[in-house]
Write a protein of this length. Sequence first.
Length: 152
Amino acid sequence: MAMMGGEEDEEEEDDSNWFEWVPLGICGAFLLAVLIYICVDWKGAMKIFQDIIDYTREHPYEAIAIIVFAYIILVVTCMPITQLHILVAFAYCKVFNSFLYGLLFSTWVIWLGCMLGAIAAILLGRFFFANFIRKKIKRSKSPTMKKFRIID
């Protein structure tokens, strides 16, 4: 009997392991698509990047709001954000024509977006998804889930 329970636990864990790779797969596919586009149409990609920089220069407050919203979405969905860090910092260095001012300005914009995203993730998890997770834990026979029930 103990062996069967162990096998069921391993089987249950194997079923959920694929879900952990979904955000990484989506981000990897997006990054690969961007890299392929850049390789195929370098001038078009640089034109798009220049348009982003021009838009940021012309509409600084709207650009900050868009960047912060993008960070909130990426943090809540657990997507990697390193590429956006690099893009935002480089864009603001070009906007201010100074590495130091661009770095300082982009740092607080990135920090604000990440913190608001973290707060949104905590609130969503605590108030929106909590009942769903509790139901899943109650249904599970896994010893690990029993520990979660005790903690809860």
